[in-house]
Design a protein around this ligand. Structure first.
Ligand SMILES: *Cc1c(COP(=O)(O)O)cnc(C)c1O
Length: 366
C-alpha cells in the first residue's frame, strides 16, 4: 500500500537522482571480481584519502559521544586560511556540498520563485530547488556545450531567485571566464550560485568575488581534490549578511566531529593536494590525447567523450563488460545520447580506458 496523497505535489514531477553505478552492482551484473573493477563513473579521487586525514579520523573515533562544535569552527578556521577569506564569509556543511545546497534552497525558495539552470549540468540543483517549490528555467548550451551567457541573461526575470553556474562544469569540464560571471552577477537581482566542486584542478577560481558582490555564493567540497567523498564535507563562501541568515536555518551539527578534524587535516596536507592536482592534470592530458573520439578540453578530474556516431549507452555497456565503470550522460538534460564522462584514473587505469574506447571504435568501424 502507498499513500502518495501525503507527499507534497512538487515531488511527484521530480525525476529521481541518478547516481554513478556502484562496484557491487556491476560485479554482480557481469560476474566480475569486484577487485578487478575500475570505478571511473563518480569523479572520486583514485589516490585514496590523505594519510593525515585518516590519522585524524582514527584519533577522533573515541570522541564521538560528544557533539561537534555547532558551526564546525575548527574547519571554518582552516578553510579561512586555505581560501584567504574571513570566517564571516564561510559556512562548513554536511552532508557534502549537497547538504549546503539543501539548506540554501530551504532558506531562499518561496514556491513560484524561478531558478535558472544552464544545461547540461549537475542535477541536484534542480532537485533541491524544486523540492522547495521553485520553477526550473532551463537554458540550452552553445554548440560546444558551453554555457550560453546571452541566453542565461535572457532567462533572467523579475522572479529569478537563483542562477546556478557550475565551473568547471559537470559533465563538460568547462570553466567559466570571470568576466562572464561578473556579467551575470550584474544582470540579476537574484543570487548567483557558482559550484566550484572541481576548482582545484582548474586554472582559476572566483573566491575573491565574494568580497566584491553581495549576491554571489560559491559551493565547494572535500569530495574531489581532497579525496574525502565518503565523509560528506562541503562548504560555502558567501557575503557575511547571507551567512548570518543561513546559520539560522542550517541543520544543527551537520558536520560530524571526525569529518571536521579530517577536513582540517586534509587542508594541512599540502603534499597530498599537490599530488592530487598534478596526477590529475597529467592523466587528463593523456586521456584527451589518446581516446579515439572527440574529447572536450577539461579543467576538472574527468573528461567528456563524444562517441557519436555511436551511442553512449552501447559504448558505456562495452566498457562495463570489461569492468570499467564510466558515466553514460543521457540522464543529464540537454546532453544528447552520445556523451560519456570518464574520471581520470591511475596511469594503468587510463591505459585500460583508452584501449577499451579503441576497441569500441574498431568494432563500429567494421
Ligand atoms: C561531486 C559534486 C558535488 C557534490 O559534492 P559533495 O560535497 O560530495 O556533496 C557538487 N557539485 C558538483 C558539480 C559535483 O560534481
Amino acid at each position: 500500500m502507498s499513500r502518495p496523497e501525503l507527499i507534497k505535489d512538487v515531488v511527484a514531477s521530480i525525476a529521481e537522482y541518478v547516481p554513478g553505478r556502484s562496484i557491487e552492482e556491476i560485479a554482480k551484473k557481469y560476474s566480475i571480481n569486484p577487485s578487478e573493477i575500475i570505478k571511473l563513473g563518480s569523479n572520486e579521487n583514485v589516490l585514496g584519502p590523505s594519510p593525515l586525514a585518516v590519522e585524524a579520523l582514527v584519533s577522533t573515533a573515541t570522541k564521538v559521544n560528544i557533539y561537534p562544535s555547532a558551526d564546525a569552527s575548527e574547519l571554518v578556521d582552516a578553510i579561512s586560511v586555505y581560501t584567504g577569506l574571513p570566517v564571516e564569509n564561510i559556512c562548513a556543511s554536511g552532508p557534502g556540498m549537497d547538504g549546503f545546497l539543501d539548506n540554501l534552497m530551504r532558506l531562499l525558495i518561496t514556491p513560484g520563485d524561478e531558478v535558472v539552470l544552464p544545461t547540461p549540468t549537475f542535477s541536484y540543483y534542480e532537485i533541491a530547488a524544486r523540492a522547495n517549490g521553485a520553477v526550473a528555467i532551463h537554458v540550452a548550451p552553445g554548440d560546444e556545450l558551453e554555457f550560453d551567457v546571452a541566453a542565461i541573461k535572457d532567462a533572467i526575470s523579475e522572479n529569478t531567485k537563483v542562477i546556478f553556474l557550475c565551473s568547471p562544469n559537470n559533465p563538460t569540464g568547462k570553466l567559466m571566464e570571470e568576466a562572464e560571471v561578473r556579467d551575470i552577477l550584474g544582470s540579476t537581482k537574484g543570487l548567483v550560485f557558482v559550484d566550484e566542486a572541481y576548482v582545484e584542478f582548474a586554472d582559476h577560481n572566483l573566491s575573491h568575488l565574494v568580497a566584491e558582490y553581495d549576491n554571489i555564493i560559491i559551493g565547494r567540497t572535500f569530495s574531489k581534490a581532497f579525496g574525502l567523498a565518503g565523509l560528506r564535507i562541503g562548504y560555502g563562501l558567501m557575503p557575511a549578511w547571507l551567512k548570518t541568515e543561513y546559520m539560522k536555518i542550517a541543520t544543527p551539527f551537520n558536520v560530524s566531529y571526525p569529518a571536521v578534524m579530517a577536513g582540517v587535516a586534509a587542508l594541512s596536507d599540502k603534499d597530498y593536494l599537490e599530488k592530487s592536482i598534478s596526477f590529475t592534470t597529467e592523466g587528463r592530458a593523456f586521456l584527451v590525447k589518446n581516446i579515439p573520439f572527440k574529447v572536450y578540453d577539461s579543467q576538472a578530474n574527468f573528461v567528456l567523450v563524444d562517441v557519436s556516431p555511436l551511442i553512449a549507452r552501447d559504448v558505456a555497456e562495452s566498457l562495463l563488460k570489461k569492468g570499467i565503470i564510466v558515466r553514460d550522460c543521457r540522464s543529464f538534460r540537454n546532453a544528447g545520447d552520445s556523451l560519456i564522462r570518464v574520471t581520470v584514473g591511475t596511469q594503468e587505469q587510463n591505459e585500460k580506458v583508452v584501449a577499451a574506447f579503441k576497441k569500441a571504435k574498431a568494432c563500429s568501424d567494421q
